[in-house]
Design a protein around this ligand. Structure first.
Ligand code: HEM
Length: 421
């Protein structure tokens, strides 16, 4: 990747390899699943909100499906499919914990650097302490900081690179790069290492090699970026003593944020563009009235949440949705099914930007609700709005296959070939 006249130029083949739901690094989470899972999820919900089994098994998919809470062999697995049960489990963290350690009364070992040792897996006061360290950088008033510092330049640089061609493949040329470059830049990672970071999440040693010199530089001289926030942040222990984060703590934070920040918004942006471009009249309405774009984004998060499942570990024998769940079992929250629960939304399978606004489960709920949701919204809005501003008569390429939404635990569009001008 190089910078050419301000436009980030990606090694397109490498991007295609890393951001293809059908192959490469995303295939392990059900990328081989090409059916529409929603009819099956409706059937399951109609016979009861909670079922024994894992979401992919219950959906009829027997390919590789590693994800949050999976495989967790040796435990009983349950999955819930209604809005109310998914919401209740997320809002009752004493019973539905975010890691197996909590069930076993052990503390997460943060010296082992991994996404599973980050705030995503923490519970109770420790989760609140870690989350509140970075929360101030992710609140709605900070959205403009993200837009001005990183999102705007990336979005326009990417459009500059294809605007003269009259055509683009938006999944690779646009959607994939925006969140990756936003989050890596906020960590001070140079553009030419961004793709390597994306490919090395499961290799903590390489991630540390990349992050170590940046952390050292920010300790010496902080800048106006997210890595400086982490380097300078003071964590209050339970007894009230305060200390700055250790290097392993910073690396675990970094791996979580770099992963969560680069792997989700890409797919949600492709889903939103697919939903809009399938209905040219809708594109024109949103082009003419940009306030509708906010509704289009929220509806996309409801209609087709890119990560339709997260999991919890049951800390005590309990009952949910009329089903007994023994201590130690894993509960999979099918947020995708919750988002199409007819008890909450009329005509739930329709993408309808005019429906009355109601929170969905696209970003989850409860104490672990997506930390980055306002950054994601800022990326989605800035990116799609810039396409509408700069590409007249933007439409799907009539001579290419239409985009399809595929995948099981990570859902997103295949190619999004468009023409314009
Ligand atoms: C459209 C894009 C996104 C979607 C659909 C999404 C979805 C989610 C969901 C459903 C959760 C809850 C997980 C759970 O309860 O176990 C979550 C958590 C999280 N997300 Fe996002 N996310 C998106 C973008 C982002 C971005 C851009 C960032 C960072 C810049 C981010 C950072 C996080 C973090 C740190 C957590 C863990 C929060 C905690 O455990 O307290 N996400 N996300």
């Amino acid at each position: 990747m190089s910078i050419d006249g301000g436009a980030p130029r990606l090694d397109i083949d490498r991007v295609r390899e890393l951001f293809d739901l059908r192959g490469g690094s995303v295939a392990f989470s059900g990328g081989g699943f090409h059916d529409d899972p929603y009819p099956r999820w409706h059937e399951l919900r109609e016979t009861g909100p909670v079922h024994e089994g894992m979401v992919h098994e219950l959906t009829g998919f027997d390919g590789p499906a590693y994800w949050h809470g999976l495989p967790e062999e040796g435990r009983r697995h349950f999955s819930c499919f209604s809005f109310d049960t998914c919401d209740e489990a997320q809002r009752t963290p004493e019973v539905f914990a975010s890691s197996p350690e909590t069930v076993e009364g052990r503390e997460i070992d943060i010296s082992q650097i991994s996404v599973f040792n980050s705030m995503l897996a923490m519970d109770g006061p420790r989760h609140r302490r870690y989350r509140s360290l970075v929360q101030p950088s992710f609140v709605p008033p900070r959205a403009q900081w993200w837009i001005t510092s990183w999102i705007d330049g990336t979005v326009h640089g990417l459009i500059d690179a294809f605007v003269a061609d009259g055509r683009a493949e938006l999944n690779i040329d646009f959607c994939a790069a925006i969140p990756l470059l936003t989050i890596t830049s906020s960590f001070g990672i140079p553009v030419d290492q961004a793709l390597e970071v994306r490919s090395q999440f499961s290799n903590p040693d390489r991630m540390i090699e990349i992050l170590e010199p940046i952390v050292a530089a920010r300790r010496a001289e902080p800048q106006d970026d997210l890595i400086s926030v982490l380097v300078e942040a003071e964590l209050a222990d339970e007894d009230g003593t305060r200390h700055t984060l250790s290097d392993p703590e910073i690396y675990s934070f970094a791996i979580l944020l770099l992963g969560a920040g680069s792997g989700t918004t890409w797919k949600q942006m492709g889903i939103t563009l697919t939903a809009l471009l399938r209905e040219p009249a809708l594109v024109e309405r949103v082009r003419a009235d940009r306030t509708l774009l906010r509704a289009a984004i929220e509806e996309s998060l409801r209609w087709e949440a890119t990560d339709p499942m997260f999991s919890r570990w049951v800390t005590t024998d309990t009952t949910l949705g009329g089903v007994d769940l023994p201590k130690g079992s894993v509960l999979h929250l099918c947020l995708g099914a919750a988002n199409r629960d007819p008890a909450r939304w009329e005509r739930p399978d329709e993408y309808d930007i005019d429906r009355p606004a109601k929170p969905s489960q696209g970003f989850g709920s409860g104490p672990h609700i997506c930390l980055g949701m306002h950054v994601a919204r800022a990326e989605l809005f800035t990116g799609i709005s810039a396409l509408l501003d700069r590409l007249p008569d933007l439409r799907l390429d009539p001579d290419a296959p239409a985009p399809e939404i595929i995948g099981l635990y990570e859902r997103g569009a295949t190619e999004i070939p468009v023409v314009f001008g």
